[in-house]
Design a binder for this molecule. Structure first.
Ligand code: 6PG
Length: 469
């Protein structure tokens, strides 16, 4: 058994077990490791043939079973535990071995680990894995970053296990250091935005359009066959059709409206602020999860204030507009995320290829969508494109859907239905496409009270005015 298995995986939870079985399905031999004996036994049983998939609780047995250079993937919760696992493996490894962190680690942690392990002759990869448990089993989108040379050793395995879009694997080498974790973080930021948008439109159609869950299910299902085709629209449709086991009602109506989060959306927002790149659709999606968590306060506040009753709408026309607005806002969410990636690429030296990133998001991951084929083409056509809104191929798509978005945002504002994702997307568009913004006033105010100086439109140089004289 010594030195024969192609791939090692530490952490046999749901993701780990599914991923390792996927590796074995694709003709590679794989060995798992977990401290929990039950998980080890469950994998051995499910794997069937121990020569193809085996597992142990003993790290020494595990490391000794792997062929060199060892390729060891960690699918353990992000944070301290990653360091603990790395430290426990280190004395058992040889120079040139490869550790791949497949969790949602914060990118600066990945940079720190990569530098530390490089000093010990070990190659370290941060590889975002998207697609949930089903994706891990049947084909996820994988976003690896690290040493380009070392990637050649894991490439055949990752390409085999990843999702395929028209036969093309949804994985590619993304860049050095934490490029993989960074791209996955922004993927999750976009994921937050798209989830917020799909849930707002569901709310609007329910409250203003009066659609039943069944009608909403049909609407989302129809949209999923058109230009909004995406994993999140698809599962929204399925969720709306789900009956509740515990009552006679629909399950969605029984679920508490407090959304949790593990932090990747927040990190995207925080880092976008650090970079100075606006991602307001993502920012508001994070804020909405925070507002949702204030359920008890929301209940009290609801009793203090009146809210208008939604005015009647033409149902069919309203649904058409909702489809247009959702499409518009989806574009804004992707545009913001890609813009952040373009800037981070320069700031952190990732040298990202945005067309390749959009390409590996076309299948397997949570934000997979028909729209990503168009986004891929836009970035392939112009690899200097910083923002999707500057691509001529997107002008018509945006122009054709912005009016409906304006109408719905206005309707939401007048009728007291919060549409923060939609309105932030619209405001982003209006501001980004404005030659002149009122920020001249802010510069004047800054100079007025703090002598912070300003520049002028009509001539170069730095100016200051003694305003109070
Ligand atoms: C994926 C997801 C996944 C993430 C969950 C939960 O791409 O498969 O992004 O990695 O952990 O979506 O994230 P939150 O708990 O923050 O909503």
């Amino acid at each position: 058994m010594a030195n024969t298995y192609d791939f090692g995986l530490v952490g046999l939870g749901v993701m780990g077990r599914n991923f390792i079985l996927n590796v074995a399905d694709n003709g590679f031999t794989a060995f798992g490791n977990d401290l929990d004996e039950e998980k080890v036994n469950a994998l051995i049983e499910e794997g069937g043939d121990a020569e193809k998939v085996n597992a142990t609780t003993d790290a020494k047995v595990f490391v000794a079973a792997l062929s060199k250079p060892r390729k060891i993937m960690l699918l353990v919760p992000a944070g301290k535990i990653v360091d603990v696992v790395i430290e426990s493996l280190l004395p058992l490894l040889d120079e040139g071995d490869i550790i791949i962190d497949g969790g949602n680690s914060f990118f600066t942690d990945t940079d720190r680990r990569e530098a530390y392990l490089k000093g010990k002759g070990i190659n370290f990869f941060g590889a975002g894995v998207s697609g949930g448990a089903k994706g891990a089993r049947k084909g996820p989108s994988i976003m690896p970053g690290g040493s380009r040379e070392a990637y050649q050793h894991v490439k055949p395995i990752f390409e085999a296990v990843s999702a395929k879009y028209k036969g093309e694997p949804c994985v590619t080498y993304l860049g050095p250091k934490s490029a993989g974790n960074y791209v996955k973080m922004v993927h999750n930021g976009i994921e937050y935005g798209l989830m917020q948008l799909t849930s707002e439109i569901y709310d609007l159609l329910k409250k203003a359009g009066g659609l039943s869950n069944q009608e909403l299910h049909q609407t989302y299902s129809k949209w999923n066959k058109g230009r909004l085709q995406s994993f999140l629209v698809e599962i929204t449709s399925e969720i709306l059709a789900q009956k509740d086991d515990l009552t006679d009602g629909d399950l969605v109506d029984a679920i508490l409206d407090k959304a949790k989060q593990k932090g990747t959306g927040k990190w995207t927002s925080q880092n976008a602020m650090d970079l100075g790149i606006p991602v307001p659709t993502i920012d508001i999606a994070v804020s909405m999860r925070e507002i949702s968590a204030l359920k008890e306060e929301r209940i009290k506040a609801d009793e203090l204030y009146d809210r208008p009753s939604p005015t009647a709408v033409d149902k069919a026309g309203f649904i058409t507009k909702a489809e247009e607005a959702l499409y518009f806002a989806f574009i804004m969410a992707y545009a913001q995320g890609m813009h952040q990636l373009a800037d981070a690429s320069k700031e952190y030296g990732y040298d990202l290829d945005l067309g390749e990133i959009a390409k590996i998001w076309r299948a397997g991951c949570i934000i997979r969508a028909g729209l990503l084929a168009d986004i891929t083409e836009a970035f392939k056509a112009d690899d200097t494109l910083s923002n999707l809104l500057l691509s001529s191929s997107f002008v018509e798509k945006v122009q054709g859907t912005v009016d409906a978005t304006r109408e719905l945002v206005a309707y939401g504002a007048t009728n007291g239905i919060p549409l923060p994702g939609l309105s932030n997307s619209l405001t982003y568009f209006d501001a980004y496409t404005s030659q002149r913004l009122p920020l001249n006033m802010i510069q004047a105010q800054r100079d007025y009270f703090g002598s912070h100086t300003y520049e002028r439109l009509d001539r170069g140089g730095i100016f200051h005015t003694e305003w109070e004289d």
